[in-house]
Design a protein around this ligand. Structure first.
Ligand code: UDP
Length: 253
């Protein structure tokens, strides 16, 4: 499948919407010769994380799919390249993969979060998506000397899709170290705190706010301590303006 990738400051993002992201994953998974492919979420906060962390920067460049997770990135694509797409929040993509799993025949392994959250999220997903095959699961606090056993369990489960919920950059470090030992997995999606939102320990914004592109504002009202994170969105938008109009000025000279 031909998906175009665009540079946005230190990051890049693929011009996909939810449907084309799901179709890409189905196509990639169906090709038995494919190595594990990384599906990672791009948002303004990630752009700054990539700026500060050279490992993350080079790892993100290897992803098979970089989804436009945040509204700032959707706006950046439109603003810099005139490309219209819609948000593909990582949490929604994960649940849509689960929804499609019975029909597409995916087997799923879910790794990450506390034992209670991981087990609770698996139960919730089975209730929501009857017929889903969760072939295995593990909490995210596996000690280093037991990591080989976890990799063997993932391989033995014959899962095609591995969701990794360790937060960033831990989940990317795990993929960078262990993906080469995965014999069956085709897609590894980093899902951060998604399992916590599935069991409800952390709430997402109501759909109304999400549709208005104001999920960030809702989360700020609920958790004022997020102001530092939100501030980054404002800095990102400022840099975006400078990138566009600064370049135009240079071109006009
Ligand atoms: N976590 C984990 N193992 C660790 C550290 C964190 O499984 O060693 C889990 C943690 O329980 C939480 C998730 O990783 O479920 C981190 O979520 P967060 O929202 O911080 O991630 P982000 O989306 O911001 O990267």
């Amino acid at each position: 499948m031909n998906i175009k990738r665009y540079q946005v400051m230190e990051g890049a993002v693929d011009a996909v919407d939810m449907k084309s992201a799901l179709d890409f994953i189905a196509d990639y998974t169906s090709r038995k010769e494919n190595p594990p492919g990384f599906v990672l979420a791009m948002n303004p906060e990630k752009v700054f994380a990539l700026r500060a962390n050279p490992f993350l920067r080079s790892f993100f460049a290897k992803a098979v799919l970089l989804i436009p997770d945040g509204i700032g990135i959707v706006k950046a694509l439109r603003f810099l390249y005139g490309v219209k797409t819609s948000r593909v929040p990582g949490a929604d993509l994960m649940q849509n993969i689960c929804k499609e799993a019975p029909q597409r025949g995916y087997k799923i392994f879910i790794y990450g979060a506390s034992e209670a959250v991981n087990a609770g999220a698996c139960e919730k997903l089975k209730e929501r998506y009857p017929g889903i095959c969760i072939a295995g699961r593990s909490n995210g606090f596996v000690p280093a000397d037991k990591m080989n056993e976890l990799v063997e369990a993932i391989n033995a489960s014959e899962a095609d899709i591995l969701f990794i919920a360790l937060g960033s950059p831990k989940q990317e470090e795990w993929m960078a170290t262990h993906a080469k030992d995965l014999t069956h997995v085709k897609i590894c999606q980093g899902i951060g705190g998604t399992l916590d939102t599935i069991v409800g320990t952390v709430k997402r914004a109501p759909v109304f706010w999400q549709k208005l592109g104001l999920e960030w504002f809702y989360r700020l009202l609920k958790q004022p301590s997020r102001i530092r994170r939100q501030w980054k969105l404002a800095v990102f938008l400022k840099e975006l303006l400078m990138l566009k109009y600064g370049n135009q000025k240079k071109a006009g000279n």
